[in-house]
Write a protein that binds this ligand. Structure first.
Ligand SMILES: *[C@@H]1O[C@H](CO)[C@@H](O)[C@H](O)[C@H]1NC(C)=O
Ligand SMILES: *[C@@H]1O[C@H](CO)[C@@H](O)[C@H](O)[C@H]1NC(C)=O
Ligand SMILES: *[C@@H]1O[C@H](CO)[C@@H](O)[C@H](O)[C@H]1NC(C)=O
Length: 422
């Protein structure tokens, strides 16, 4: 079914311009060599520059990576702004990364393929981007904390930095050394029909990570990896995550936020229609105690959990080594979070955990129509809340929130919120 969706989507989105106002630049014409053994980065860059600086303004240029071919590409940055109005980067074949970390010797170890300051960019094409991350995973500190030569930083397969009004569509991304797709400083970005797959055991391989970006959508995508399927960073607003299949992985996570005491501003995030299959978390918000700022206006709606360890979780006492962080008098204020229509099974007893900050409690939490049952028969599931204020209706297990009518000392911040009684 996924394949049919991919094809339909390509028909509707990929072929929107007539041939006449489109100029194509095939990487092979610029010297790229099929077979995945010869470094073709220079050819890719030249094709990009030709497309980006196309003579005629107001047209769409496209870089073509032809089908049934495979190209080895070293770390490379495709920069804009471009002279053409729209630029497509169409991967019909396969792009593969160097197979050893030593190929990054002189280069920034956080990057492989980067698109930078390009607007109206579309990356797509039904092809594959293979980060061949095994060499990185094997030396990762996450996997080998005892090892002296272990590395914390590994390349992100695809980075989009300052790419406005752009999209990533119909593509298969696999085996990234670390995060698969990163969006940073981008306004108006759509990720649609993307399939991301890496082994469950691969360290820090987030599917999609978003930071400092606004007005975004991630839709119709399938993600399985060794870390969060989708994670949302400190300064993100107006993000819709719709029709997502996640698993294996750590779930869909807002956070971790505020890791170095910075100010968090996360607003208007919606996660609608998601299946989480055997993931660690389901709907998660996690913040570091030293963080400041706020998370507000979050909706998790219509989510199905299959044997998820912590289906609904807020962890405001997040700490890399659990229990090892000192309690602080700071915290990120979480408010106006709606959970509605959440069904399925919990692998641990802790089906609902809202572990909010003692200093800045969570308020305006609404839970409606939730039914979580044990994945293992004869177990039971619980709801545990701390410093969490709001209301709930038809929630099982429950109740757990402190009803808002009981009030709490932080009434000042509650008064500022418009939507607590219903
Ligand atoms: C992207 O859009 C934002 C908001 O409109 C703007 O501030 C920024 O300069 C734009 N970036 C680029 C690279 O055009
Ligand atoms: C959940 O994952 C398991 C193991 O990969 C798979 O067999 C099962 O079909 C999945 N369930 C759904 C609903 O996709
Ligand atoms: C909540 O956070 C506190 C402080 O870190 C911790 O001791 C407690 O175990 C957490 N509770 C849950 C249910 O995770």
């Amino acid at each position: 079914m996924f394949f049919i969706m991919f094809v339909l989507s390509l028909i509707f989105t990929g072929v929107s311009c007539s041939k006449d106002d489109m100029t194509s630049f095939n990487v092979v014409d610029f010297g790229a060599v099929d077979g995945g053994k010869t470094d073709s980065s220079q050819a890719f860059l030249e094709a990009w520059m030709a497309a980006c600086n196309g003579e005629i303004a107001h047209v769409t240029s496209q870089v073509i990576v032809p089908e049934k071919m495979s190209f080895l590409v070293n770390p490379v940055t495709f920069s804009g702004p471009c002279k053409v109005k729209n630029i497509n980067f169409l991967v019909f074949g396969t792009i593969i990364a160097p197979d050893s970390p030593s190929n990054w010797d002189e280069q920034d170890a956080s990057e492989w393929v980067v698109f930078k300051t390009v607007s109206r960019l579309m990356v797509g094409g039904l092809g594959t981007i293979d980060g061949r991350g095994k060499g990185w995973w094997d030396q990762s500190c996450r996997g080998n904390p005892e090892s002296k030569g272990c590395t914390k930083l590994a390349p992100t397969a695809l980075k989009f930095l300052s790419c406005n009004d752009s999209s990533l569509r119909n593509i298969f991304i696999t085996n990234s050394p670390q995060t698969h797709v990163l969006l940073h400083w981008s306004y108006g970005f759509v990720i649609d029909y993307v399939n991301i797959q890496s082994p469950e055991s691969s360290p820090n391989t987030d599917g999609i990570h978003i930071h400092a970006s606004h007005h975004l959508a991630i839709t119709n995508s399938r993600i399985g990896s060794g870390d969060d399927c989708i994670s949302v960073g400190d300064y993100v607003s107006y993000l819709d995550i719709v029709n997502i299949y996640c698993g294996p992985g750590h779930g869909i996570s807002i956070g971790s936020l505020g890791s170095s005491g910075n100010v968090v501003q996360v607003e208007n995030i919606r996660v609608i229609n998601a299946i989480l299959n055997r993931t660690t978390n389901g709907a998660r918000i996690k913040t570091w105690q030293m963080g400041r700022g706020h998370v507000r206006g979050v909706t998790f709606e219509n989510m199905r959990f299959i044997s998820v360890k912590y289906p609904i979780i807020i962890d405001q006492n997040y700490c890399d080594i659990r229990g090892k962080c000192k309690e602080l008098d700071t915290g990120v204020q979480i408010s106006q979070v709606l959970y509605r229509g959440m069904y399925g099974t919990s692998f641990t007893d802790a089906a609902i955990v809202l572990n909010c900050s003692r200093v800045v409690p969570c308020y305006g939490i609404s839970m409606e129509y939730i039914r979580l049952t044990p994945a293992i028969t004869e177990r039971r599931v619980t709801a545990e809340c701390g410093n969490a204020y709001g209301q709930e209706f038809e929630v099982e297990p429950g109740p757990c929130l402190v009803q808002i009518k009981d009030g709490y000392k932080g009434a000042k911040s509650m008064a500022a919120s418009p939507n607590i009684s219903k």
